[in-house]
Design a protein around this ligand. Structure first.
Ligand code: TMP
Ligand code: ASP
Length: 236
């Protein structure tokens, strides 16, 4: 697969065209940002970890019947993906309170939720990815009712698959963010699933094994990403 011009460069990844108009190469960088890129840094080898972790998880999703943009891993930092039109809705699923939900509602971190909480955020850094709901999404024609029904249904299924996957690896899935894209007539899970986009706590110790180590200057950031990769690669 020949890598052509850059389509888009985000904070953590670069998307390149290929010689096939339907396919793109997603390249994972070591750059890390937080708080709408007001905090910037690099996490050594993060791109390699996130490419591999995402590849494994996308394969698990495909095996369980979740359609994704993933085609195959190309090298340490790149995967071949279907070239989707990203829907600018960041879908957040929460199983345990943390981060934005604690700030929004003034509640403490670590409360186990009776039901998973599904949130939508408008994907716009300049606006700080504001929380919004389906009325905004439909009124502004960001996505249709049919598309959002499919996205919600897939998101709850993905949540259960991910809870089970990480649980077997001694990690609790606290919350995570998903992005979906349009591809031909389908809605596909896109972007990445990694410690950048999930909160993962070690069972028992509740040690944070994700990007919160970078956001909150907790140290041992690289070691946490490496440890998650090691566990993800463990066949259980
Ligand atoms: P939040 O608690 O800050 O809203 O984050 C919820 C989850 O979404 C958490 O696992 C981290 C992830 N996330 C992203 O992937 N990108 C983002 O820009 C933000 C704010 C959160
Ligand atoms: N990735 C986001 C940013 O750079 C936020 C985050 O993950 O905390 O701002």
């Amino acid at each position: 697969m020949e890598r052509r011009d850059k389509v888009y460069e985000g904070k953590a990844k670069i998307l390149y065209n290929t010689d096939d108009a339907d396919l793109a190469i997603q390249y994972f960088k070591d750059d890390a940002t937080a708080f709408d890129a007001t905090k910037r840094g690099t996490i050594a080898s993060k791109g390699i970890c996130n490419n591999k972790i995402s590849s494994v998880i996308f394969k698990v999703m495909e095996d369980k019947g979740i359609p994704t943009h993933f085609v195959k891993e190309l090298d340490d930092r790149s995967m071949l993906v279907k070239k989707v039109e990203i829907i600018p809705v960041e879908v957040t699923l929460r199983n345990i309170t943390a981060g934005g939900m604690c700030r929004l509602l003034g509640i403490e971190e670590g409360i186990i939720l009776d039901l998973p909480v599904l949130e939508y955020h408008y994907k716009d850094d300049a606006l700080h990815d504001p929380l919004f709901n389906e009325y905004h999404i439909f009124a502004l024609k960001i996505a249709t009712k049919e598309e959002m029904d499919k996205i919600a249904d897939l998101s709850f299924k993905i949540n259960q698959i991910m809870i089970d996957f990480f649980s077997k690896r001694n990690l609790d899935l606290v919350d995570f963010k998903l992005e979906f894209g349009r591809y031909k007539k389908d809605i596909l899970l896109a972007d990445e699933i990694s410690p950048d986009t999930c909160r993962l706590w070690e069972k028992g110790t509740k040690k944070k094994m994700d990007k919160d180590r970078f956001r909150r200057d907790l140290g041992d950031v690289e070691a946490a990403y490496q440890e998650v990769l090691k566990r993800v690669l463990t066949v259980v």
